[in-house]
Design a protein around this ligand. Structure first.
Ligand SMILES: *Cc1c(COP(=O)(O)O)cnc(C)c1O
Ligand code: SF4
Length: 275
């Protein structure tokens, strides 16, 4: 963050503003239907073949646009014993081939807690892949510890790590170092971003973000239309502008550097492509 700059795109992601108190029609506390998709506490199952574990409510930062900013984390499990019903549910459904660790941020767990959880997941024969959705390599890059790399490498499960950066300036020297460690460990690293007003809603920023990611061996995966979460309306970008930005990115970048521009819809079987 640039000290003294209230418009700084890194500051804007975490700065609480009075705008958040505005009650805007269509913006709700559960914008993506998480509650409907939860068969047992802590488990979300919306899409075929994948199940998502809400491992913790803690994060390295409080992003103001977070779609789970009102999530009832206190109802989610907090220990291995409490995750058991979710794990049992995964074991009962042989169509689940991938478990996604989410939250909050799963890397807020200790390496010991994570190792035990991953071991339990790996003991379910039908699960093949483990995906970790985390913003910690961006926010606290020191969290990418040798023990973490080892546990991902040693698991029977094929690992993927999806990080979350919205602006090229988030990818500084220390972050590059942490990402390089993941890449060197043979772990595919993807990035997802959220399209945000005043932060990355311009062509130059999105192009630079994609280029910087690819240079770090990170594949741009998703550019999310912001979920309509209560308190976030002031950060939303119209879909028409998002489509236009992605169309213009295509003219400048190789195909692999273009993230899929998507929106999450409660009743759809996958994230909806917008372009
Ligand atoms: C986004 C999401 C996933 C993962 O979707 P992909 O398109 O595979 O990245 C899985 N489960 C839930 C509940 C999700 O919200
Ligand atoms: S890191 Fe992710 S889950 Fe945590 S506050 Fe930010 S967007 Fe929400």
């Amino acid at each position: 963050m640039r000290p003294g700059d209230p418009a700084d795109p890194l500051l804007r992601q975490v700065l609480p503003l009075a705008d958040e108190l505005a009650d805007v029609a269509g913006y709700t506390r559960d914008p993506v239907g998480d509650r409907m998709a939860s068969p047992v506490p802590g488990l979300l199952q919306k899409y075929s073949g994948r199940a998502l574990l809400v491992t913790t409510g803690a994060c390295a930062v409080h992003c103001r646009y977070c779609f789970r900013r009102h999530f009832p984390y206190s109802e989610a499990p907090h220990s291995l014993a409490q995750w058991q019903p979710a794990l049992d549910q995964i074991a009962r459904d042989p169509t689940i081939h991938e478990v996604i660790l989410s939250g909050g941020d799963p890397l807020m767990l200790t390496d010991g807690q994570l190792a035990r959880l991953v071991e339990q997941i790996a003991a379910i024969p039908s699960v093949r892949r483990l995906r970790v959705h985390t913003r910690l390599p961006i926010m606290i890059p020191e969290r990418v510890t040798p023990d973490l790399l080892q546990l991902l490498q040693d698991s029977r499960l094929a690992p993927l790590v999806v990080v979350h950066a919205n602006h090229p300036r988030e990818l500084d020297y220390d972050v590059a170092h942490a990402i390089a460690a993941l890449v060197r460990a043979g772990i595919p690293v993807l990035n997802q971003s959220v399209l945000l007003r005043g932060i990355n809603d311009d062509l130059a920023t999105l192009v630079e973000l994609s280029e910087r990611l690819v240079d770090l061996r990170v594949m741009p995966y998703y550019l999310h239309q912001m979920d309509r979460v209560a308190g976030g309306a002031h950060m939303a970008v119209p879909e028409s502008q998002g489509r236009d930005l992605v169309a213009r990115m295509r003219r400048q970048l190789p195909g692999y550097a273009i993230p899929r521009y998507v929106r999450e819809e409660q009743s759809e079987p996958h994230k909806l492509p917008l372009d």
